[in-house]
Ligand binder design. Sequence first.
Ligand code: NAG
Ligand code: NAG
Ligand code: NAG
Length: 268
Amino acid sequence: PGPFPGIIDIFGIGGGLLEYRASLLAGHGFATLALAYYNFEDLPKNMDNISLEYFEEALCYMLQHPQVKGPGIGLLGISLGADICLSMASFLKNVSATVSINGSGISGNKGINYKHSSIPPLGYDLRRIKVAFSGLMDIVDIRNDLIGGYENSSMIPVEKAQGPILLIVGQDDHNWRSELYAQKVSERLQAHGKEKPQIICYPGTGHYIEPPYFPLCPASLHELVNKHVMWGGEPRAHSKAQVDAWKQILAFFCKHLGGTQKTAFPKL
Ligand SMILES: *[C@@H]1O[C@H](CO)[C@@H](O)[C@H](O)[C@H]1NC(C)=O
Ligand SMILES: *[C@@H]1O[C@H](CO)[C@@H](O)[C@H](O)[C@H]1NC(C)=O
Ligand SMILES: *[C@@H]1O[C@H](CO)[C@@H](O)[C@H](O)[C@H]1NC(C)=O
């Protein structure tokens, strides 16, 4: 019987609805919402800008749900979803804890808007795509430089977040430079007198960090360039990182959302 601590789970570019991670979290005593935001049912097919009002509605839905224990909600996101979570934590109230898996802390390709505030995209240049011997594209350097470092206006104002932030980083991320960006988020928080975020870096680990025992996805179609791109990661190191990252995520949410670490007994 509930109520349970609540978590909203958000995936990255490509849209649609992916529910497996939220389902797995629910097995650990959380009330979870896997949130689609484009390219699903009646949602827009494409997305030019990210409007946080949509995500605010989801947050309010969770806060008002009788099975969800308030007063705050946890956020979990990967890639673009991680940056949406960091933006929600920065602009919206009642976010108690945020986990970013390979996020960047930056408004990258799309602007992020909330009411009268907007974060301009940093932008990118497709001429910086490299093509590997395999024919796969490497887009790790297409983003423009973060001129001005953590003070660049494309950075998400993470210092406004109320709850703690956990940044999970694959050091072989070929989608973007997760480790460098995590450092910038940390510098920005500290420059504003905030506590250093927890950063967990995994060597040999790529962009696409999944729950434990998912096979490494070395490359797939990327919405932005409409070509197959490599995500990075070496199978053994990446798999070990997935097992550890999952434990860390559960422990972080239990600590900051008041969960109990009780696990439903697996039937498999
Ligand atoms: C949001 O957080 C505040 C402060 O903890 C709390 O008083 C309020 O009830 C929360 N709102 C909801 C809708 O749970
Ligand atoms: C942020 O970086 C972008 C891209 O390199 C640059 O065009 C812009 O001038 C920088 N903004 C600030 C405020 O430094
Ligand atoms: C972060 O990106 C790296 C590099 O692509 C990847 O190996 C790693 O699995 C990703 N981490 C997570 C938690 O998704």
